[in-house]
Design a protein around this ligand. Structure first.
Ligand SMILES: *Cc1c(COP(=O)(O)O)cnc(C)c1O
Length: 420
């Protein structure tokens, strides 16, 4: 068999505008400090699978049960992805076809909930760290399904299991949803399981953000506790953009039917091949080291930001991300995002619990360490980054300060090259 590698020269000849933009993005990824908590650097092996001719194949159905001929090789890669996901997380069943996290979540709704019915889902409210697909009124989850929101505690800024238990007893939800998008602390999945059992609800965990940490054993693994777990493959798991659903055997048929044919058509077999590669990488010792570095660096970054005068939401982190309240420095999230971008640091503005400011100009920022940890950064770099951020946030108008900060960012990223 003769190999075929994606042909960069052909792209430059055929479409210089697209080629230039792709080169520009690569340059940005090499020269800036990427602290977006949901982003990472996929490996060259993952990118090679993504750019393969499996893109060309239609394979509606599942391995061994397809609606198209010629599925011999895509069956191999999809089965590898399924087997590896089951092994890595100890799952009974895995569906590796969801195109993205939002589609995986839609499949859970499709499998277990009746639209516009009395079925209730108990989930964390959006402003406290929930996700768009967890009942936002502008998302189909909120338009068609009946969400009851729980909040974090005002004092601890962590989810309050007693409050959730009371709400569960009061509302008798069909599904309880845990797993958030801007939540730094450990989630007590065992307590969620106990509450779900108490009220006869299913437990759904959306592990999109932290699943890579669970894979490495540095954060709890929700698969042991939940009926169904959805997760993206491109965040801490460091694979291609996409998602996977892991569930108990009793839900396997319902989940498979909900992904295809209820929500999706042909699976993205090149992406599924890349998911298989990423899952294999996640089983290696290097991945465990990356995950441990991610959490260590996030703690150092949070401690450093606290020393710079920011207020750290919930007082710290157990994961890959830190949420910080900027009000002590008298700067808003939006301004912070812009000034950090000017010095080569990509982070995002973020609401904080009980934020008095509007979502488009919130009081906080969210910073994450999976990308930098992939490049090899660790605690000292977390401290250095906190110092740079503190400096520019205290002097957002000072061009000399910003020029010095930009230089420190350049020095830092040149010591940890991406795609070298
Ligand atoms: C990122 C995320 C999603 C959505 O994933 P997409 O791939 O962007 O659709 C869903 N839920 C949570 C908790 C997330 O963090």
């Amino acid at each position: 068999m003769r190999e075929y590698a994606a042909d960069w020269e052909a792209l430059k000849r055929t479409d210089p505008e697209v080629a230039q933009a792709i080169a520009g993005e690569l340059d940005r990824e090499r020269t800036t400090l990427r602290l977006i908590a949901s982003e990472n650097y996929a490996s060259p092996a993952v990118l090679a699978a993504l750019a393969s001719t499996m893109n060309n194949k239609y394979a509606e159905g599942y391995p061994g049960r397809r609606y198209y001929g010629g599925c011999r090789w895509v069956d191999v890669t999809e089965q590898l992805a399924i087997d590896r996901a089951k092994e890595l997380f100890g799952a009974d069943h895995a569906n590796v076809q969801p195109h993205a996290g939002a589609q995986a979540n839609m499949a859970v709704f499709g499998a277990f909930l009746e639209p516009r019915s009395d079925d209730k889902v108990l989930g964390l409210v959006l402003p406290h760290g929930g996700h768009l697909t967890h009942g936002s009124p502008v998302n189909v989850s909120g338009m068609w399904f009946n969400f009851v929101g729980y909040e974090v505690d005002r004092e601890t800024e962590q989810v309050d299991m007693d409050g959730i238990e009371d709400l569960a007893k009061q509302h008798r939800p069909k599904v309880i949803l845990a797993g958030f998008t801007a939540y730094p602390r450990t989630i007590d999945f065992a307590a969620f399981r106990r509450i779900a059992d108490e009220v006869g609800a299913m437990l759904w965990v959306d592990a999109s953000h932290f699943i890579g940490l669970s894979a490495a054993g540095v954060y709890p693994n929700p698969v042991q506790f939940a009926d169904v777990v959805t997760f993206t493959t491109h965040k801490t798991l460091r694979g291609p953009r996409g998602a996977i659903i892991a569930c108990r055997e009793e839900h396997a048929k319902a989940i498979d039917k909900a992904v295809f044919p209820m929500m999706q058509g042909g699976p993205l077999e090149h992406v599924i091949a890349a998911k298989a590669v990423a899952l294999k990488e996640a089983m290696r010792p290097e991945f465990k080291e990356y995950a441990a570095r991610t959490v260590r660096m996030a703690r150092a970054l949070g401690d450093g930001l606290a020393e710079e005068g920011l207020r750290i939401i919930s007082g710290g982190t157990d994961s890959h991300l830190v949420l910080a309240d900027l009000r002590p420095l008298d700067i808003t999230g939006k301004e912070a995002e812009v000034v950090c971008d000017e010095v080569g640091i990509a982070l995002n503005k973020n609401g904080i619990p009980f934020d008095p400011m509007p979502p488009l100009n919130p009081s906080g920022i969210r910073v994450g360490t999976p990308g930098p940890a992939t490049l090899g950064m660790d605690e000292p770099e977390g401290k250095e980054i906190a110092s740079i951020i503190g400096e520019v946030l205290r002097h957002p108008q000072d061009d000399d300060v910003k020029a010095r900060a930009r230089q420190r960012v350049t020095d830092l990223v040149s010591r940890f090259p991406a795609y070298a």
